[in-house]
Design a protein around this ligand. Structure first.
Ligand code: NAD
Length: 250
């Protein structure tokens, strides 16, 4: 039997580990070929690509710093030359930094903005003409629950993730006539290398505060991404799916 995403290609940034890896494996399980975009962790990225290949899909690991326009252009050219199409763009690469606002240097501010919002824009912009030409495509941007709640220890991160929502809605408006859907996922606490409890939160009290009484896993985000790539979400665009075990509700 054919899988739903047979012959489709997903380009997933920051896919060498964590949530990006979870999305890569989930989409591959449902038939997608996967481009594992990584900045530095070549070995891990190649492992994810190998895992995708064992499922019978095509996969490639491509080095690209999403904040560098030349890297993004090269990513676009490589993907289209090697795989021919790009159906799903998942803007997942992100960084954060636990500092109070008054401790942030100009450089700290710009680095987080460069990766989280500029990178999301650059990768989207690179692939939009290809998707417009084909009148088909899905873009999924990974935001965060802190875009809604704020946070008292990384204002630049929260601001960048709020900007991702503005970008998502605006791209959705522009691209709906071309049958390109653009949505965001706002994760709560997902158990990855990014979530550092020491010095900021106590792990057990965080879990107690989550109505589902567990941290999320990358697979939880993977399944939401799969839905947003599927035919079942054809009429959904410009929206945010909160995946957080009930932590916040909008
Ligand atoms: P992670 O740190 O494991 O993964 C982030 C990935 O992005 C890494 O592979 C990293 O190498 C990559 N990356 C960083 N800078 C990059 C750059 N300039 N170019 C290309 N890749 C780059 O963390 P994660 O939890 O898997 O985070 C994935 C996304 O989910 C991020 O956007 C993060 O902000 C968001 N998020 C995570 C949580 C959580 O609880 N884990 C909550 C809300 C949102």
């Amino acid at each position: 039997m054919n899988a739903e995403f047979d012959g489709r290609t997903a380009v997933i940034t920051g896919a060498s580990r964590g949530i990006g890896r979870g999305i890569a494996l989930e989409l591959a399980q449902h038939g997608a070929n996967v481009v594992v975009v990584y900045r530095a962790e070549e070995k891990l990225a190649k492992q994810v690509a190998a895992a995708v290949r064992t499922m019978g899909r095509k996969a490639m690991a491509v080095k690209c710093d999403v904040s560098i326009p030349e890297d993004v252009t090269e990513l676009h050219d490589t993907v289209l030359a090697e795989l021919g199409n790009a159906d799903f763009i998942i803007n997942n690469a992100g960084i954060h930094q636990h500092l109070k606002s008054w401790e942030l240097s100009d450089e700290d501010w710009h680095r987080v903005m460069d990766v989280n919002i500029t990178g999301t824009f650059l990768v989207s912009r690179a692939f939009i003409p290809h998707m417009m030409e084909r009148k088909s495509g899905r873009i999924i941007n990974i935001s965060s629950c802190v875009a809604f709640t704020g946070t008292d220890h990384e204002v630049h991160y929260a601001a960048s993730k709020g900007a991702v929502l503005g970008l998502t809605k605006s791209l959705a408006l522009e691209l709906a006539p071309y049958r390109i859907n653009v949505n965001a996922i706002a994760p709560g606490y997902i158990e990855t290398d990014m979530v550092v409890f020491e010095g900021v939160h106590d792990r057990e009290s965080v879990i107690k505060g989550i109505p589902a009484h567990r941290l999320g896993q990358p697979e939880d985000i993977g399944r939401a991404a799969r839905f947003l790539c599927s035919r079942d979400s054809e009429y959904i665009t410009g929206q945010v799916i909160h995946v957080n075990g009930g932590l916040i509700m909008y």
